[in-house]
Design a protein around this ligand. Sequence first.
Ligand SMILES: Cc1ncc(COP(=O)(O)O)c(C=O)c1O
Length: 331
Amino acid sequence: MLHYPKRIELAALPTPIRPAQRLSDLLGVELLWKRDDLTGATLSGNKVRKLEFLVAEALDAGADTLVTCGGEQSNHCRATAIVAAEQGLRSFLLLRTENPRQPPASEANILLDRLVGAEIRWISHEEYRRRAELFVEVESALRAAGRRPYLIPEGGSTALGAWGYIRCVEELAVQLPQGEPATLVYAAGSGGTGAGLILGVKLLGLNFRVVGVNVCDDRDYFVRAIGSLVEEAIRRFALPVAFVRSEIEIVDGYVGAGYAKSQPAELARLRDVARLEGIVLDPVYTGKAFYGLFTELQRDRHRFGSRIVFIHTGGVFGLFPKSAELAPLLG
Ligand SMILES: Cc1ncc(COP(=O)(O)O)c(C=O)c1O
């Protein structure tokens, strides 16, 4: 029995696990979808699991505004803005864009951010690199205005947020045949999902391997990012597990044209999965991670063992800004 920190219920849990029947036949492995895209409708994807713990802490601290940051089409920022509205709080988003003086159109995640009333400050890539300083600035400006901000780092990836994916592993332990090995494959963006999965497998003593496919930066970056989150969680919550960073498995090589930039082959794979399985991946995270998994399995179908669970972490709204790129692939 795990002792979870305080959480509030935001996600529709447990999410289902389903066989990827036709892809399994095609690839010669048993492939399953863990449908974390079904944690909700607009409040959907992996971020909701993390927010259950983070928002519980925010409410306990008496916060009235959730402050966070991300790329212009951030799923995490959208989920934070929606949960804020659900809880009667306000949200303040620092969104990274090419030219903050000409913000992008209000489509997809941005449309939802604005619909639920998020305050948005557009920032450049250079400012985003100084986001820790900007957080301090925003925090003091909000406090000076009599507000009570709660700061959520990029992607909700903190030691507390990682509990969301410890909980996901607990669900998987019930959903998968007991004691049999499986490899959990996920998209790594800011590291919190990976950290939670690794911790969950250790805490529950399961025969699961955890493999991330990075969608930005590189392997070394994620070994550091995930490693420090795991270590921080072990310290902060006195978790009885041993961990060394060399255990972190990252499959690098699928960032492609760069974060949130798509290549036709990735989009074609995403289309094929949609047509074959009725599963809609997103172009920024799950589409790239799945493209990586598929390509690796074509090279060596034994690489990840005989049972693979792909954690579908959501992100469907990221498809809409790609409609022009997708159109020529749709026949
Ligand atoms: C749809 C989706 N999948 C995966 C990720 C990556 O998760 P994490 O940031 O926990 O590494 C994100 C966010 O970054 C996301 O929005």
